[in-house]
Design a protein around this ligand. Sequence first.
Ligand code: ATP
Ligand code: MG
Length: 565
Amino acid sequence: MDDNIEEKSKGIDFIRQIIDKDNETGKYDSRVHTRFPPEPNGFLHIGHAKSICLNYGIVKEYGGKFNLRFDDTNPSKEETEYVESIIEDVRWLGADWENRLFYASDYFEQLYEYAERLIKIGKAYICDLSADEIREYRGTLTEPGKNSPYRDRSIDENLDLFRKMRAGEFADGEKTLRAKIDMSSPNLNMRDPVIYRILHTAHHRTGDKWCIYPMYDFTHCLSDSIERITHSLCTLEFEDHRPLYDWYLDQLEIYHPQQIEFARLNLSHTILSKRKLLQLVESKMVSGWDDPRMPTIAGFRRRGYTPESIRDFCNRIGIAKADSLVDIALLEHCIREDLNVHANRVMVVLDPVKVIIDNYPDDKVEWLDAVNNPEDESAGTHKIAFSREIYIERDDFMENPPKKYFRLYPGNEVRLKHAYYITCTDVVKDENGEIIEIHCTYDPESIGGGTVDGRRVKGTLHFVSAKHTVPVEVRLYENLFTIPEPNNPPDDKTFIDFINSDSLKILKCCLAEPYLANAKQGDRFQFMRRGYFCVDIDSTENNLVFNRTVTLRDTWAKMQKKISK
Ligand code: ATP
Ligand code: MG
């Protein structure tokens, strides 16, 4: 599953090896210039983060330049909302494009000229076949294609028709401009691919200026060339497109970047495909692209992930040439490691039940010191309230406990975090048998955890003082999918069939300690024994809402321990 990680630990990855070699031979005058080239047709996901961290990481290491470029060639699927979200996400991850934010649509005029140049050297022609006919003529992996009957039009006629296409004289789909390569090539991408199509659709940046649009393959490689990118890093599915990119660049005799393919990130229990994520959004199975269960960067940010944790994850998975599946537990491990040293510990009771300490004075309140973070002394302390009536978690009490239950039960003594030892003396139930009050006594000598006689207790519970609670809403998340590979569903099922209907639980009656009253959007905490949480964007002054970022159970660390045994 994780040979990527191993490969990384052996030394630098194969891409950096290629760059080192290029710098040695002076292939690009020792320049290193990369880019991240998203299509603005969805929000970025964690797979894109891998690509951003790779492209930007290399530039930081080699002292090069990094561009952010939108490959915005498809006006019908693109939106300004996506452009804005992508810019925000790339910036949040910490990649800096300085003043080099580009759009392929800014190159439309130049691309049009390149297309005319191909026509003029007899390497492109106007074809009247419909989309269906082009598909039929293309052949299959085992059968060669057939030449289009329009393949031998004269250069003059092609030029004339292309200009008329641009002038809007034809309807959508009536004609295309195609590269004249080889209809019998074993590589289907080389069988006279379409270069330009007619689309009478407004573009989010160029408006109504164009009614013909260049295809992605034509645009992408030429945009890299225009920007003088040295190493065009992309995922493996573009390996078969490289001969076509090379062909365009060679025919046009223009600057030639080096394309290098690497394996895309696949993450367990989720899907990384904008098309499928869009399906989840449009069918309202999630609340939006930034739903905290989504594997989008916006989703992870809202969930409470830090940019540092995502960068750490991308470093750990490394770069390889072979596809693999990374366990989502590794990503969770990375955010835990980060929050462990940065999040203050607080007490919040998610499912409260009242405890009355009968021998504690009725009107007394003590303000006790709580260490903010045992991993970081400089984080200081804050005050917690203690009084006669407190709340603990309902599942921290059992009337008839099984063996090895160390929490509260009649006759048992437990420690209250930062406060006293208490012993359960009695339980009060309502007419349905539901516990409404637990009665205890406390040992005044046991403050701060120790007792005079040095006796030990096994259980430590978190609590809040009943008179000092802050009501909060808490949202708990689980994986969005119930199987590790929703992208490869068994039998005749689809990924939709494996959506986890329990992936969101909303708890509306949680009680937090007073310290949380002033928590602000984006603030992160460890709720003791319950996980790491952050304040959600739905939060208001009157309704504090927390997302659980991750639980405290580190399944990744456990797996690693098992493996090393
Ligand atoms: P999707 O497959 O999710 O629809 P895409 O490849 O169509 O994504 P683009 O906007 O074209 O999305 O991607 C921009 C860049 O991000 C490309 O260079 C692409 O190779 C890279 N990328 C996309 N998905 C992944 C992934 N899972 N792992 C690593 N890099 C990725
Ligand atoms: Mg793509």
